[in-house]
Design a protein around this ligand. Structure first.
Ligand code: GLA
Length: 396
């Protein structure tokens, strides 16, 4: 299936109607959203204190909320047709990774900080594909925080909100993720990519003036299970490697601090797999910085080449790709007019991202549809990104 960004989604209106059906009327209703993200460059660098270059997408998670005066929380997921009800200060036990773990986790973190102390009710709905590599969970966490902030008007700056949402992932979903997804969902801006230094959290919005070039996202159709994947294992390998380099250079606190020279000088002391992980991180960080410069200068051909290099590195050195991702990337790279292609996000399924001339897209679609499904028995979802959203109130 191929879809293109729609220009005026009536999603807030749909939430309002569903809220009315469930709760009777819509007095005092507040609607907010947070988008998913696609990472253009820099994967598995964030938890190594490195650099990333994501942008938000045109799909988001929306919450429509209003206050209750009995201190209770009642929320209905329209995607799952499930509901949770509980007193605010008695967070229920929920399974890590379920929608309820992200929502109740975010509420609990806000409550513990004294920012939420009243009850509320509402509906939640999203069109970010679940487990599809576009960070539906970060969108859900951030949307929960942003919606409660619009409803209750508390002070929480955007960077703190992103950090809080990362905590939710660590404490309630069992994934030791970095900060990229939550940061992008909270701070990513329309028509911009976000260059983020994951150590200092300093960030730069890079305007996207892509002209006749489009970002195309292709979902493998293979669901990515982050917690059960090798994500936490990779993270541990990186910590091990940083500790090893610290013996040689005491200033190293994360792989971000390992230079190409330091790696060269000492890599023989590492196990083969750990050596490969390090090479990826060191080279990928540099690619992000180079790519950001190219993007600022609108040198998109060079940017595309770095995407290709990044994919090879994630496949061969970091070993987080899979045959489905590799096949979509190869199809992209073999299509005239495609400037670059790579897997995006954690890997082991999820999505690829392609930079393609508009005129090349029909050819890209045709080749994917012809070559991919018969080989994998999966339906790829091709999405042409023509706009991207920001987190915030959604009263459009
Ligand atoms: C997942 C994590 C992020 C990041 C990416 C890989 O999306 O949530 O923090 O580590 O994988 O770049």
């Amino acid at each position: 299936m191929t879809t293109e960004s729609t220009s005026s989604p009536l999603r807030p209106e749909m939430l309002r109607q569903r809220f009315q059906e469930i709760f009777g009327d819509t007095a005092g209703l507040c609607i907010a959203r947070a988008p998913g993200r696609v990472n253009l460059l820099g994967d598995h660098t964030d938890y190594n204190d490195g650099f990333v270059l994501p942008m938000t997408v045109d799909r988001a998670v929306y919450l429509a909320l209003r206050r209750r005066d009995d201190g209770r929380v009642r929320l209905r997921s329209l995607n799952f047709d499930e509901e949770i009800r509980y007193p605010l200060d008695e967070r229920p036990e929920v399974s890590p990774g379920e929608w309820t773990s992200y929502v109740t986790g975010a509420i609990e973190e806000l409550r513990r900080r004294g920012l939420v102390s009243v009850g509320f009710e509402g509906v939640v709905w999203g069109d970010v594909p679940l487990g599809g590599g576009l960070s539906s969970s970060a969108a859900l966490e951030v949307a929960t925080v942003v919606a409660l902030q619009s409803l209750l008007d508390f002070d929480l700056d955007a960077v703190e909100a992103a950090k809080l949402c990362q905590q939710v992932e660590h404490r309630y979903a069992g994934v030791q993720c970095g900060i990229m997804d939550q940061f992008a969902a909270r701070l990513g801006r329309e028509n911009h990519a976000l260059l983020l230094d994951c150590r200092t959290l300093s960030h730069d919005d890079i305007p996207l003036s892509l002209g006749e070039i489009n970002v195309v996202i292709v979902n493998t159709g293979l669901r990515r299970a982050l917690a059960s994947s090798k994500y936490n294992e990779r993270r541990a390998e990186c910590q091990q490697a940083a500790a090893f380099f610290r013996q040689h250079a005491p200033a190293v606190t994360a792989l971000r601090d390992v230079t190409a020279d330091l790696l060269e000088a000492h890599q023989s002391g590492l196990l083969e797999n750990v050596r490969k992980r390090c090479r990826h991180v060191v080279l990928e960080n540099q690619r992000v910085l180079d790519a950001a410069t190219l993007l600022r200068n609108n040198e998109l051909a060079g940017f595309g080449e770095l995407m290709n290099d990044s994919h090879a590195s994630l496949r061969d050195l970091y070993e987080v790709s899979c045959p489905e991702l590799d096949a979509l990337v190869a199809i992209g790279q073999d299509t005239a007019g495609v400037l670059g292609a790579r897997m995006t996000g954690a890997g082991f399924g999820g999505c690829t991202v392609h930079l393609a001339e508009r005129s090349a897209i029909p050819d890209l679609e045709e080749r994917i549809q012809r070559l991919y499904p018969p080989r994998f028995n999966l339906e790829p979802d091709i999405h042409i990104l023509t706009r991207n959203l920001e987190a915030g109130p959604a009263e459009e």
